[in-house]
Structure formats: structure tokens, C-alpha cells
Ligand binder design. Structure first.
Ligand SMILES: Nc1ncnc2c1ncn2[C@@H]1O[C@H](COP(=O)(O)OP(=O)(O)OP(=O)(O)O)[C@@H](O)[C@H]1O
Ligand SMILES: [Mg+2]
Length: 301
């Protein structure tokens, strides 16, 4: 793993956090990414999106994957979900190679993916029936998951009667209802306003404490990654092995005050150096022609 020259050393965890991280490391591996490669073939030649990627994710870990736009984060998660096949390497789930989608992998995307013609309950029931549950069992189970995400009073509402945050809570309930081994999330809160996003992060952590699930969560928001994760994985800007893995040196349960904690700020600065390494400083000059004189005076001041 390469380090940018200005990366500070990994921020040290407290004794309590160090012990929790050691317990995580002792857990069995659920998801294993082995020498993963993805090459897209197009009319104008081939394009390498991922190369030589290795990663082990342990039972009940919360992993956040970050990296520059276009570095292959969504490609990676789609391959883990079985929505795309890799052109090299493999994905092992509990030691077995996976091909194609399966109920042991739940997925939540950034775009709202609920069926608009089904109610909240109908959407969750649909997911359960797809995973093989009988109707009566599916109805009962669906209500348990809808209650868990705090939407018990909205079971008969349709998606267009819900806010963006509520839609994503239904999507989480639908993904979790079939009891996946891993929950795969690709910028699930990316379309939400910042207050709703903050609330959703809190909800997600609460839900994960109550459910036996391992999470791989893609985000481009460093604060979100540090707030949620046990480990933050940095993908390199050009296809290649994982650039860096940072143990998050914060205790659980996470609280909003942690965002102001010097440990949090140090962790953020640490990751920032990886994300912005070698970034060209090519901000275009903003032309001032056509502005009123008084505005130009202010800009040129
Ligand atoms: N179906 C496809 N065919 C050809 N190229 C693709 C395809 N899907 C993705 N790519 C390319 O692979 C690269 C990685 O794309 P990907 O969507 O995985 O990036 P990302 O890290 O998720 O970016 P962002 O942060 O903007 O969401 C990009 O250069 C993209 O253009
Ligand atoms: Mg993406």
C-alpha cells in the first residue's frame, strides 16, 4: 500500500478502541475479495476499472470504501452484489465463490429504487417473496423490519408519499428483511440534504447494532466514512491494489460530538492526504467580464 508523502501516521486508538479493533480482527472473514480485476470492452477499445484488488471483511465489520470519483467504487460493489462479473480474480462469501446476485447480499443504492405502485409493506414483502418466503410469513416479517426502521405508522403509504430519508429507510428494511450476510450500500445517503443525511447515519448505526450483518458502504464523504466505519478502505485513483486501510480510532456508540473530537479531525486529515494526493491544482480562473463595476471592485480587491 503506497502512502502519500504528507500522510501523517495512522491516528492511534485509545486502549478501549484498540481492544475492540483487536476483537474485530479475531472474527471470521465473511467477504474475501481476491485479485479482483474488471476490464470493460467498448467500441473504442478496452478500459481497466479495477486491478489486483484484495480485501478481507470480517463478520459484523462496518467497512467504508472511499476514493476519487471514477476510481471504481461502484464497479466494486456491483461485482460483490453479483450485478456484474469480474474479468479476473474472485469474490468469496463465507469461503464460497459467488456468481450472480443472491439473497445473502442485500443492496441499497443512492437512487430511490422502491416500486412506486407498491406500498411500504408491499415493497418489503416483495423482497421477502423474492428470497423465497411464503406470503403470510413475508407479511409478518415485513412489519417487523418496517418497525425496526421506525416506519410502523407508514406501512400503507406509497413511496411518493414519503420523504427521501423515509424511502431509504424502506430500502434498508427491504434489503435487511431477507437476512443477508452482507449489506452493500453505494452512496445511499448521497441524494439527501445534510440534516437528513446526518440523521440517517445515526439510524443506520442503531439498526446495525440490532442486526447480525456486515456492511460495505461506499461514500465520497470522509466525515461520513469516519463516523460510520470500523475501517476505512481507500481505493487508488488509478486501478491497483487497495491504497490504504485505516482503523477508525473512535469508540462506539458513535455520537455527533465525535465529529469535533481532535481524534476525529486527525483521522480526517489523515484520509484527506490520500484522497487529494497528486491532485492537479487547475481551478479555472473565473472571468469577471460583464459584472457590474461595484462587484468587479470587490472581486479585484
Ligand atoms: N459499463 C461500463 N462500461 C464502460 N466503462 C465503465 C462502465 N461502468 C463504469 N465504467 C468506468 O469505470 C470507471 C469506474 O467507474 P465507477 O462508477 O465504478 O466509479 P466510482 O468510483 O463509483 O465513481 P463515483 O465516485 O463518481 O461514483 C469509470 O471510469 C467509468 O467510466
Ligand atoms: Mg459510484
Amino acid at each position: 500500500m503506497s502512502r502519500p508523502p504528507d500522510a501523517s501516521p495512522d491516528p492511534p486508538p485509545s486502549r478501549e478502541v484498540g481492544e475492540r479493533l483487536a476483537r474485530n480482527r479475531a472474527r471470521p472473514v465473511v467477504l474475501s475479495i481476491r485479485s479482483l480485476e474488471k476490464r470493460y470492452e467498448g467500441s473504442d477499445g478496452s478500459f481497466l476499472a479495477l486491478r489486483g484488488l484484495h480485501l478481507d471483511v470480517r463478520h459484523r465489520e462496518f467497512i467504508c470504501v472511499i476514493g476519487r470519483s471514477g476510481c471504481g467504487k461502484s464497479t466494486l460493489i456491483r461485482i460483490i452484489a453479483g450485478l456484474e462479473e469480474p474479468t479476473g480474480g474472485e469474490i468469496l462469501l463465507d469461503g464460497k465463490a459467488v456468481h450472480g446476485p443472491g439473497p445473502e447480499r442485500g443492496m441499497v443504492f443512492q437512487a430511490y429504487t422502491l416500486f412506486p405502485w407498491l406500498t411500504v409493506r408491499g415493497n418489503v414483502v416483495f423482497g421477502l417473496k423474492m428470497a423465497g418466503a411464503e406470503r403470510e410469513r413475508a407479511e409478518y416479517e415485513a412489519m417487523r423490519w418496517i418497525d425496526l426502521v421506525g416506519l410502523g405508522g407508514f406501512a400503507n403509504h406509497y413511496p411518493d408519499q414519503l420523504s427521501g430519508g423515509m424511502k431509504q429507510r424502506v430500502a434498508i428494511a427491504r434489503a435487511l428483511a431477507s437476512r443477508p450476510r452482507i449489506l452493500l450500500m453505494d452512496e445511499p445517503f448521497g441524494a439527501l440534504d445534510s440534516q437528513t443525511r446526518t440523521r440517517m447515519q445515526g439510524y443506520l448505526l442503531k439498526i446495525c447494532r440490532r442486526v447480525d450483518v456486515t456492511v460495505v458502504f461506499i461514500t465520497h464523504d470522509l466525515d461520513e466514512a469516519i463516523f460510520l466505519a470500523d475501517r476505512v478502505v481507500v481505493l487508488p485513483p488509478r486501478p491497483g491494489p487497495v491504497q490504504h486501510v485505516m482503523d477508525v480510532p473512535l469508540p462506539r456508540p458513535r455520537r455527533r460530538e465525535h465529529l469535533l473530537d481532535p481524534t476525529f479531525i486527525r483521522a480526517r486529515r489523515h484520509l484527506d492526504a490520500f484522497i487529494h494526493e497528486d491532485e492537479p491544482d487547475d481551478e479555472p480562473e473565473v472571468p469577471v467580464h460583464g459584472l457590474a463595476d461595484e462587484v468587479r471592485d470587490v472581486l479585484e480587491f
